[in-house]
Design a protein around this ligand. Structure first.
Ligand code: BES
Ligand code: MN
Ligand code: ZN
Length: 466
């Protein structure tokens, strides 16, 4: 396993290519007039007037592909070139005319839109595709981000039988290796001996051993940034088993871990001036005679006891032990990402992951970066009046709050109890999935919020070129 090569982007070396014009709807008539009556008539026959993401192809004199036009609509979608990546026939293209979204977003959008998961369709993987020539100066940053996101999407799209805790470990090693990051691993019964009782309890029912993956990279004296990602490689719900519909997509329950590995790649590849740590509790929430049960009381790494109200609220348990470990060294910034609750989707839908933080400056930086990078997120409160809902009856805490409402908030409040020494903590409750396609976002796995997070980290800890 290794980071993917973004072969749909090519450094522009002057080779021949089909001209690709990007034209907003408002500019369409002027553009068409300038190209002569043949193009205007052909566009009319095709009902093309610069609609967003729509592509118009024109033959040259010999009947080959002469020119391509990408509609920009209102011109408000930075990733619109993602639509061109799938709509254009195989071939090599060069952006002509006005620089609509800038070279960076054209390349990034194109690459994100070109993504397809073909691991189990080798015949499809071999078919030709559209490739974009990119100004050499813009290529490395766009390709770095695209590689991180393709990689994370591949991990999430992989079926659970090909992506268990061991394979997630392999993926972490693949991210670590090119950057000489080190990995510490705590696996199986060692989780008990080394005091990660909840990671062990959730993961012990599976024949695939649970583990904590702990990656470290960078200068020990640099600011400490730690990423924690939920690595539940399949979530059956445990003894509180999910319905068939509820379980259908639960291969994506390691989407937080996948995204944090993608972000780690960006940080290390860009050489940001941080001491990076990535902690991934990798487990399968399975059912067997050894499964943890409703009503059980678990010890935790932090010392708080947790009663199990529902074995399907497993993510917060494995994250709590990882967060407690992360918190021990008092990092400057602790970022947690998890497919934690169905309630998050009810609140804000697939496209807009909720985030939770007490750090106002970080929230403001993230909001600005989310807009600038077109990587949306929405802040929800760590509402303290609901904190009582996670008090346990016989233990310090319960993993299933005493209310059917505000489930994403009470899950965030639960995690927050395990973070006490960290200077700044933020948690994202992501879907890790695109259900309705948009340019740059094919249906299936998604790595959400990591481009915005990278922008914040780069602004705080990076060099200008990163
Ligand atoms: N992995 C799920 C959350 C989830 C469900 C994410 C659907 C994305 C789509 C999580 O482990 C879970 O099952 N959460 C429960 C918590 C409840 C039992 C307190 C939920 O959200 O229903
Ligand atoms: Mn669950
Ligand atoms: Zn889960």
């Amino acid at each position: 396993m290794s980071l993917p090569q973004i072969d749909v982007l090519i450094a522009d070396d002057g080779r021949p290519a089909v001209a690709l014009h990007a034209v907003a709807a408002a500019d369409w008539e002027a553009f068409a007039a300038g190209q002569g009556p043949r193009l205007a008539a052909w566009a009319k026959a095709q009902d093309f007037s610069g609609q967003p993401g729509k592509v118009l192809l024109l033959p040259d004199e010999a009947g080959g592909l002469g020119l391509a036009v990408l509609g920009l609509g209102k011109g408000d979608d930075k990733l619109i070139f993602g639509a061109a990546a799938t709509a254009l026939p195989a071939g090599t293209y060069r952006i002509a005319g006005e620089d609509a979204v800038g070279a960076h977003f054209a390349a990034l959008g194109f690459a994100l839109g070109a993504y397809a998961y073909n691991a189990f369709k080798p015949s499809k993987a071999k078919t030709g595709r559209a490739r974009l020539l990119v100004a050499p100066a813009a290529l490395p940053a766009a390709a770095r981000q695209a590689a991180a996101i393709w990689f994370a999407r591949d991990l999430v799209n992989a079926p659970s039988n090909a992506m268990g805790p061991a394979e997630l470990e392999t993926a972490a090693r693949a991210v670590a290796a090119p950057h000489d990051a080190s990995i510490r691993l705590v696996e199986g019964d060692d989780l008990v001996a080394r005091n990660y009782p909840m990671i062990h309890a959730v993961g012990r029912a599976s024949v695939r051993a649970p583990r904590l993956i702990d990656l470290t990279w960078g200068d020990a004296h640099a600011p400490k940034v730690t990423l924690v990602g939920k690595g539940v490689c399949f979530d059956s719900g445990g003894l509180d088993i999910k319905s068939a519909a509820g379980m259908a997509l639960m291969k994506k329950d390691m989407g937080g871990a996948a995204a944090m590995l993608g972000l780690a790649h960006m940080v290390m590849d860009a050489g940001l001036k941080v001491r990076l740590r990535v902690l991934i509790p990798a487990v399968e929430n399975a059912i067997s005679g050894d499964a943890y049960r409703p009503g059980d009381v678990l010890a935790s790494r932090k010392g708080l006891t947790v009663e199990i109200g529902n074995t399907d609220a497993e993510g917060r348990l494995v994250l709590a032990d990882a967060l407690a470990d992360a918190d021990d060294e008092g990092p400057d910034l602790l970022i947690c990402m998890a497919t934690l609750t169905g309630a998050a989707r009810v609140a804000t839908g697939f496209e807009l992951p909720p985030l939770f933080t007490h750090d106002e400056a970080l929230a403001a930086d993230l909001a600005a970066a989310a807009l600038a990078e077109q990587d949306p997120m929405w802040r929800l409160p760590l509402w303290k009046n609901y904190d009582g809902w996670i008090e346990g009856k016989v233990a310090d805490l319960t993993n299933a709050a005493d209310s059917a409402y505000a489930g994403s908030i009470t899950a965030a409040l639960f995690l927050n109890r395990f973070v006490t020494r960290t200077k700044s903590f933020v948690h994202f409750d992501v879907a890790a999935w695109t259900d309705k396609p948009r340019p740059g976002h094919p249906v299936g796995a998604e790595a959400q919020c990591i481009r915005a997070l990278f922008a914040v980290l780069r602004n705080r800890f990076g060099s200008k070129t990163a």
